[in-house]
Design a protein around this ligand. Structure first.
Ligand code: IPM
Ligand code: MN
Length: 354
C-alpha cells in the first residue's frame, strides 16, 4: 500500500518526537511492504519565522492532498510571554482544525499494566481504566466572538454552539458507544450555561435513535472529580471544546504520564493524528521527551485511516514491551536509567524488525 502522509512537526519537542514516529512507521512499512510518501510542511512558530503565518496555505494544500496528517506540537514561550503578540502559533493549530473540518478529537485514556504503580493515583482506582473522550474541536469558546471594551479594561470570550455542531459530535459519540460498552456520558454545565442546555437537549433528542445506549448527563465539575476518583465508571464521554481540553489533560494522569496519550482529530476530510501533550519548550532539542504519545498516534493512524490493524497492533505491542522492560524516557524512569528520545525510537524499530 502507498501511504501519503503530511508531516507537521511544529515547535518545541515536536520535531524530535515526530522523528521517532517516522522511524517507527518506516520500520512498519518495511516489515509489511508499504511505501510511505512523507510530505513535510511548516506549522506553528516555525512557520511564523519562515513565512509569517502559523498555518500557511501551502501547508493546508499539502494536508488536503494527503491521506492522513501526523502532527507534533505547537507553541513557543516567546509568544506565551507576550500577550500583545498579534500572530500566535496556536492560531495555526486552530485554523488547521477549522479549515480541515476536524470537528471531533478522539482522546483515549487507558492504563498500561507495567506502569500502574507510576500513576500518582492509587492502583485500585485506576486499574482497568479504558475510556475515550470525544472533544468537540471547532466550536465553542475557542472560536466564538472575543474582544475588549471599556478602553481595554473589559475582555470577553463567547461560547457559541449550534444544534448541527453538537449533533455531529454526539452522533460520533453514540456510534463509538455502540462499538464499546454502550455507555455514553454527556459532560456539560447545564445548570448554568445556555450552550450546555442546548447540548443536553440535542443529545437527549438523539437518544431514541440509539435505544441500546445508556446515556448519563453529568456536570463538568463533578466529572473532574469522579474522573480521578472512579475513572473506571466511564467509557465514552462527549463534551464541548474547552471542557474537553481541560478534562483530557487531567485524564492523562491516570495513564502515568502525559507523554503517553495519543489522539485523532477527525471530520469531513483528512484526519489528523497528534499527541495530546504540548510543545514542552523546556525540553526542546534535549532528546529527553517521551515519544510514545506520537508513536501511538501513528498507530491510531495505521488502524483508523488505512485500516491496517496488524501494523497498528504491532506498534502497540512493542510500545508495551518497551514499558515492561523500562526502556523509557525520564518522565517514567523513576530515578532509574532514563533513555533518550531517540534511543527509545531506535529500540522500538529494532523490535519491529526482529
Ligand atoms: C490541545 C492544546 C491546544 C488546545 C492548544 C495548544 C491551542 O492544548 O491540543 O489540547 O487548547 O486545543
Ligand atoms: Mn490541551
Amino acid at each position: 500500500m502507498k501511504l501519503n502522509i503530511a508531516l507537521l512537526a511544529g515547535d518545541g519537542i515536536g520535531p524530535e518526537v515526530i522523528q521517532q514516529a517516522v522511524k517507527v512507521s518506516e520500520a512498519i512499512a518495511k516489515k509489511f511492504n508499504h511505501t510511505i510518501n512523507w510530505m513535510p510542511a511548516l506549522t506553528g512558530a516555525a512557520a511564523i519565522e519562515a513565512v509569517g503565518d502559523p498555518y500557511p496555505k501551502e501547508t493546508h494544500d499539502i494536508c488536503l492532498k494527503s491521506d492522513a496528517i501526523l502532527f507534533g506540537a505547537i507553541g513557543h514561550p516567546r509568544f506565551d510571554n507576550d500577550p500583545s503578540a498579534k500572530i500566535r502559533p496556536e492560531q495555526g493549530l486552530l485554523k488547521m482544525r477549522k479549515d480541515l473540518g476536524l470537528f471531533a478529537n478522539v482522546r483515549p485514556t487507558f492504563t498500561f499494566p507495567s506502569l500502574i504503580d507510576k500513576s500518582p493515583l492509587k492502583k485500585e482506582r485506576i486499574e482497568g481504566t479504558d475510556l475515550v473522550f470525544l472533544r468537540e474541536l471547532t466550536g465553542g469558546i475557542y472560536f466564538g466572538e472575543r474582544g475588549r471594551k471599556d478602553n481595554g479594561n473589559t475582555a470577553f470570550d463567547t461560547c457559541t454552539y449550534n444544534r448541527f455542531e453538537i449533533e455531529r459530535l454526539a452522533i460520533k459519540g453514540f456510534e463509538l458507544a455502540m462499538k464499546r460498552s454502550k455507555k455514553l456520558c454527556c459532560v456539560d454545565k447545564a445548570n448554568v450555561l445556555e450552550s450546555s442546555r442546548l447540548w443536553r437537549e440535542t443529545v437527549q433528542s438523539l437518544e431514541k435513535k440509539y435505544p441500546e445506549v445508556d446515556v448519563s448527563y453529568e456536570f463538568v465539575d463533578a466529572v473532574a472529580m469522579r474522573l480521578v476518583q472512579w475513572p473506571n465508571s466511564y467509557d465514552v464521554l462527549i463534551t464541548e471544546n474547552l471542557f474537553g481540553d481541560i478534562l483530557t489533560d487531567e485524564a492523562s494522569v491516570i495513564s502515568g504520564s502525559m507523554g503517553l496519550m495519543p489522539s485523532a482529530s477527525v471530520g469531513s476530510k483528512t484526519s489528523l493524528y497528534e499527541p495530546i501533550h504540548g510543545s514542552y519548550p523546556q525540553a526542546a532539542g534535549k532528546d529527553i521527551a517521551n515519544p510514545l504519545a506520537t508513536i501511538l498516534s501513528a498507530a491510531m493512524m495505521f488502524e483508523d485511516t488505512f485500516n491496517l490493524k496488524e501494523e497498528s497492533l504491532l506498534i502497540r505491542k512493542v510500545v508495551d514491551k518497551s514499558l515492561e522492560e523500562s526502556i523509557v524516557t525520564e518522565d517514567l524512569s523513576d530515578g532509574q536509567k532514563a533513555y533518550k528520545t531517540s534511543e527509545v525510537g531506535d529500540w522500538l524499530v529494532k523490535k519491529i524488525l526482529e
